[in-house]
Design a protein around this ligand. Structure first.
Ligand code: THU
Length: 164
């Protein structure tokens, strides 16, 4: 008799030493994400985040974090991007999303990865477009993490199928 099983979850990601090690398309997307951090509205955290995605139709869409004096009203760069993409290009798959940032000291030498709420939003975007979103995560310099499927960041996720 065996009333209990242990399950395991693995995920892997690639680590590149710098933007020069990426292929030219990925390098260009990351360069855009680094640049668009300047458009963040982050007077409270002074933590600027920029995201740029390449869609299946070849278009790019950007997002930056947009904060508010009522703190919970603020939005992360990733969800601003997803809302724009879904509005400008309905049902268009996202191939790759690059995310960069810098903090109040202008420092950003390591990758950050999307917060929990954004992981949930990324998972649903993947589900509705039936296409994995590849992530390029990096600061303004230094290493880049490449994650082939954003859904891998949210194991045992809650989704639309659970509501039925
Ligand atoms: N933020 C993002 O935009 N994306 C992330 O992946 C992490 C956090 C924003 C939210 C808030 O405006 C600021 O960064 C500090 O948390």
């Amino acid at each position: 008799m065996n009333a209990m099983n242990k399950e395991e979850y693995h995920f892997n990601y690639a680590v590149y030493d710098s933007i020069e090690a990426l292929d030219p398309g990925d390098a260009a997307l990351l360069a855009e994400a680094r640049k668009v951090t300047a458009a963040a509205y982050a007077p409270y955290s002074r933590f600027n985040v920029g995201a740029v995605a390449r869609l299946a139709n070849g278009q790019t869409v950007a997002g930056t974090n947009q904060e508010n004096a009522s703190y919970p009203a603020g939005l992360c760069a990733e969800r601003v991007l997803l809302s724009s993409a879904a509005t400008l290009f309905p049902n268009m798959a996202i191939e790759t999303m690059a995310i960069s940032y810098h903090n109040m000291n202008g420092e950003s030498d390591h990758p950050i990865s999307p917060c929990g709420i954004c992981r949930q939003s990324l998972a649903e975007y993947q589900e509705r477009t039936k296409h994995p979103i590849r992530l390029l995560l990096s600061g303004m310099q230094g290493k880049i993490y490449v994650i082939e499927n954003a859904g891998m960041l949210l194991p045992l996720s809650f989704g639309s199928a659970d509501l039925r």
